[in-house]
Ligand binder design. Structure first.
Ligand SMILES: Cc1ncc(COP(=O)(O)O)c(C=O)c1O
Length: 352
């Protein structure tokens, strides 16, 4: 129920995925980006078609942090500013610029904190507006759905207003879809529940089904120029073969609609369980908030029932991120086992 941290989008060893990578390996695994790689174009075309973002340019890299790093760098190149607005509980990766906009001081070294970051909340537009009005904010970065922070969904109206304010003050909007993207939410990108057009969209986890690949979709209003962005390994032939296979499976198995429908059904079932405080999220990216810490519950699900679930920075939240081709029977089985575990009293070790 965790899909390797939302990475396994089409299931382990999907035959089309295995065959595509294997075939490519026999032809060419890698060549330098100084030579055009037609597989990058094929990947970009498929991605554009499936996501509806076909006007955007695609920059390929190797991970989520790297995608955010490049998006923030592009933003700073564009308006010459360096201050960033991010959100409380945000996670954007562990490399230099990406970790500075992550709301966790424990994982930042002094070398990471070389530019100003303000952390706002999803319910205070006024403070964001005040900050943007100063005219020195380079970009706002926000997750389509916050994952590590415990599954928090920014309201579509909130996102639309943030976009409007960004446009007004020449600040750029970066949508981090590293975890929430690639069909997981029931739309290709979670931000598509709002009517917005971000300047940069970052992605990674579900993109290669475990093969390391990340990307930045760049709004067509920005023109590429020599030296703006670059990479040695990003968009290698093998990575593209993996990425293309994932998109082909998502399309042919109709996994985005499937994730949306199954997620609705699952959410309703989870909300009915005893001791559940709240269920948040969308599609197959769900957070189940209990009234107390979930540590023991997760352990029992794992060791008694062989069901692996995710945690988050909120000790009371179980994070669910299964592959997009999970079936209704799996969901029913999970709900049955979770209910049984919730109703089983925890043995009092002090008395035994
Ligand atoms: C929303 C989000 N952005 C960025 C990252 C960083 O991705 P990576 O670990 O591939 O660098 C993560 C990883 O958990 C993430 O959840």
């Amino acid at each position: 129920m965790y899909g390797g941290h939302a990475v396994i989008s089409i299931g382990h060893s999907h035959p089309h995925f295995v065959e595509s990578i294997e075939n490519q390996l026999h032809k060419l695994a890698f060549y330098s980006n100084s030579i055009q790689n037609p597989l990058q174009q094929k990947l970009a075309d498929l991605l554009g078609k499936l996501s509806g973002c076909d006007e955007y340019e695609l920059f390929l890299c190797n991970s989520g942090a790297e995608a955010n790093e490049n998006a923030l760098k592009m933003a700073s190149f564009q308006n010459g500013r360096s201050k960033i607005i991010a959100f409380q509980k945000a996670f954007h990766g562990r490399t230099s610029a990406a970790v500075n906009v992550t709301d966790n001081h424990k994982i930042k070294a002094p070398i990471n904190t070389t530019y100003d970051v303000e952390f706002h909340t999803f319910d205070n537009l006024e403070s964001i507006a005040r900050s943007l009005a100063k005219g020195d904010v380079c970009a706002v970065i926000v997750e389509g759905i916050q994952g590590v922070g415990g599954i928090h969904v920014p309201h579509p109206v909130f996102l639309a207003e943030v976009e409007r304010l960004c446009r007004q003050h020449n600040t750029l909007l970066v949508l981090d879809e590293v975890q929430s993207g690639y069909g997981r939410s029931g739309k290709f990108f979670a931000f598509q529940y709002a009517n917005i057009e971000p300047d940069f969209i970052t992605m990674a986890k579900g993109m290669g089904n475990g093969f390391p690949i990340g990307g930045v979709l760049i709004h067509p209003k920005f023109k590429a120029s020599y030296g703006l962005l670059g990479t040695t390994f990003g968009g290698s032939h093998l990575a593209c073969a993996a990425g293309i296979a994932v998109l082909e499976v998502i399309a042919s198995e109709n996994l985005i609609t499937h994730a949306g429908h199954l997620g609705c059904h699952w959410m309703a079932k989870l909300m009915d369980l005893p001791l559940v405080k709240q269920v948040r999220g969308s599609g197959l990216m769900l957070g189940v908030e209990m009234h107390e810490p979930i540590n023991q519950l997760r352990q029992r699900l794992l060791f008694d029932d062989h069901i692996f679930t995710g945690s988050s920075s909120d000790p009371n939240v179980i994070r669910l991120l299964p592959p997009l081709n999970i079936q209704q029977a799996h969901v029913e089985h999970f709900v049955f086992k979770l209910k049984a575990q919730i109703l089983t009293p925890i043995p009092n070790l002090a008395q035994s």
